[in-house]
Design a protein around this ligand. Sequence first.
Ligand code: NOJ
Length: 531
Amino acid sequence: MTQTSPWWHHGTIYQVYPRSFKDSNADGVGDLIGITHKLDYLQWLGVDALWLSPFYPSPMADFGYDVSNYVDVDPIFGTLADFDILIKEAHSRNLKVVVDYVPNHTSDEHPWFQIARANRTNDKRDWYIWRDPAPDGGPPNNWVALFGGPAWQLDQQTGQYYLHLFDVKQPDLNWRNLAVREAMYDVLRFWLDRGVDGFRMDVLWMLIKDDQFRDNVMNPDWKPGDPPYLRQFATYTEDQPGMHDIVRDMRTLIDSYDERVFIGELYLPLHILVQYYGEALDEAHLPFNFQLVTLPDWNAATIRKVVDEYEYALPEGAWPNWVLGNHDRPRLATRVGRAQSRAAQMLLLTLRGTPTCYYGDELGMQDSFVPPALMHDPQGKDNPEYSRDPIRTPMQWDSSPYAGFSSPDVTPWLPVAADYQVYNVVAEQNDPHSFLTLIHRLLELRRASPALTIGSYRSLDQDNTACFVYQREQDGVRYLVVLNITSQEQAVKLPGSGHGRIVLSTHLDREGNVDLAEVHLRGDEGYVIAL
Ligand code: NOJ
């Protein structure tokens, strides 16, 4: 593999949601020691880096995205010593560790906020965003929280409202205050000094808000029952002037350490998203590209359009990345169906750019049924349909009680999926045609083939609109990827292209020579073909 490109150009990132990965101390919640115990699995799987969702001290109003201390580990997840062991053990297996960084808001139980809310004159007051009530005593403007309801909460004691773009227990920090920036940059240094290999930065595009606090434009198409975060356009709460200066500062800091990656969570339209690489490629290394997560129609034409437009929009020298799932969005195998998700994973792992995989997606896990009475997620408080709990159920390790996530006598914090006896690591490792075997083989092929990692990408014209075909090439080595995006049989005709050799198929039952004049695919089938 290339020695000249940074590790995140050819590496694959695997997202671990610590609460749900592996419970080592029988309390029903996953922890850092549990993750360390499963590093051999991740090494076997063939990924290169783990991204850990937050494990910092937190009242867990938003399951760790409400941080009450940025430089420690919540006891439910372990200790800093456990973290150090995790890093050491990961590095000894050539696995990188990327941690989540939550700069937009703290918990209301963070000491900074506790001081800030005590009175109007203390030195932390301006670390958060406070406004006087509107003349009628109501909130200062019309901003709504992404979890529903107004984004302002009246603090009775001091008579002002504070801003929370998410839960009421997640007050937004005031990034216009330079002391806040310094304190939050110290947090980055703390984890960099501890050896982390980079950060995934939470809601990076929201740090700066309109300095005049103007009303957002309401979404006229929103109706009750639609997701709360679509209720209004974020005209004055997202991607505001001044954002890029902060992102550049963060990058400068991160670059002062060796080979650390800066990943930004940015749900933005393509032309704005790519600006977060920076004019001089001096901002995020990987502004997360969620286009395949948010795609309204999973069909070949739309997928090709999205991939080609993204490739075209990338600034010169910028490195692409692709995501198919995370802890906020319905699982891939639920969105596109289990059969089609094999083709989707082949897409993710053969496109040009860094792939990010969500834990359990490699097993074909789907969203699980979580009875409303067992739900925890604040996003589902007004409407269980938008709860993210079904996406966060325990990892399925084996067919023992609770799927081997916690000990047999301890109920996990969320129910285990009903079909875990079929879809689990042990069962799938022993099945040469399983979903997991496919992902393992795809990662193996990808790691062995510079053409599939750093190689060029070109989509191919052909007549079958149900299929997406593209070529990857590096140093004269060429692969053709042919994907059937439907459940019906298809034929792809590439006259004059000669023969190729199928090196991997989604159904794991076909290899060898193929005449490219007419390539036949079963429903949901895909091939990687060496040319
Ligand atoms: C984005 C995170 O991915 C999500 O889980 C969280 O609820 C919000 N940011 C607020 O931190």
